[in-house]
Design a protein around this ligand. Structure first.
Ligand code: ZN
Length: 304
């Protein structure tokens, strides 16, 4: 008996893409695909040569969940001057999460989107409806191109989100729009997610732990400190790595003895979360370095 080849519904079209099948099965070949179908528990890929290949749908669903809720670098969602999520005054528990446009490369602060972030950074609360706010942040005001709010920009400036609950990004909105079909594909309790909600959760956890550390240290014992600096990757370089550099001392942030500062091994942006938490776990209070001129100078001297 021949099994039914179902055309993909809207949720399945989002899940069973060639790139997602490739994430689940690294030897998957991307070319010459004439169709993708769901057949029973399988996802079937028809090739132009008439052959068909089938893959367990569960594995691709798992790849989709892992991808959509992936953990991205600490620097992927910080605004200018390492600004964290900005509370929006007109709705409780609603934040503007700015894309890390200033940290993707050494020159990326010149991008029109980065300039726009700097222009808007203190003005988001002038926008009084969530529609206006989202249009500016997502840069999605293309219904009326004559009144484009953000000339010369293509990318979103960031996203508007409610922790654990909602995000204005495309990935989240696609799941929300097709929620019934997603529930059918996964389970009744399926909840949309995205990397922004995941990032925010980590960021809050970091802030909470840092505050707890400071609060629990007796007055005189705040001398274990670690100061971090970030240098984005150089444009045109083939290396996707920036440098995340930690300096530490047991003599306090304002130690008179500059020699008490020790340089830790060089890390990259992909190590940042791990080491931010590690600093706290080992009892060192983390600080962002640009605010401390003496140690900043020491750091800059060490890299030139
Ligand atoms: Zn999102």
């Amino acid at each position: 008996m021949k099994e039914t080849y179902s055309e993909l519904n809207e949720a399945q079209q989002i899940i069973y893409t060639p790139s997602m099948i490739g994430r689940a099965f690294p030897d998957f070949e991307f070319g010459d695909i004439s169709g993708i179908y769901r057949v029973g528990t399988k996802c079937v890929v028809l090739r132009n040569d008439g052959f068909e290949w089938s893959y367990p749908a569960e594995d691709i669903k798992k790849a989709y969940r892992n991808f959509i809720g992936r953990e991205v670098s600490f620097f992927d969602y910080l605004g200018p001057d390492y600004r964290g999520p900005i509370p929006w005054a007109h709705k409780s528990n609603t934040f503007v999460l700015l894309k890390g446009l200033h940290y993707s490369s050494k020159d990326s602060y010149q991008k029109p989107e980065a300039q726009m972030q700097r222009l808007w950074i203190d003005s988001f609360n002038n926008l009084k409806t969530i529609q206006e706010l989202t249009a500016v942040i997502e840069n999605s005001n293309d219904d009326d191109s004559d009144e484009a709010i953000l000339p010369d920009t293509k990318e979103a400036l960031g996203h508007v989100m409610t922790p654990n609950h909602h995000c204005s990004c495309q990935a989240f909105q696609k799941q929300l729009k097709n929620l019934d079909a997603f529930k059918e594909e996964f389970s009744e309790d399926y909840q949309p997610t995205c990397k922004h909600l995941v990032w925010y959760k980590l960021f809050r956890e970091f802030q909470t732990k840092r505050t707890e550390l400071i609060d629990n240290l007796p007055g005189g014992e705040k001398n274990n400190v670690a100061v971090w600096f970030y240098t984005p990757m150089t444009n045109g370089s083939t290396s996707p790595y920036g440098t995340f550099q930690i300096w530490w001392t047991r003599d306090g942030l304002y130690s008179k003895d500059i020699n008490s500062w020790k340089k830790y091994k060089s890390l990259t942006q992909y190590d940042a979360w791990k080491y931010l938490f590690k600093m706290i776990d080992t009892g060192f209070i983390p600080y962002e370095g640009s605010l401390y001129p003496k140690i900043k100078q020491l750091h800059e001297k060490s890299i030139t």
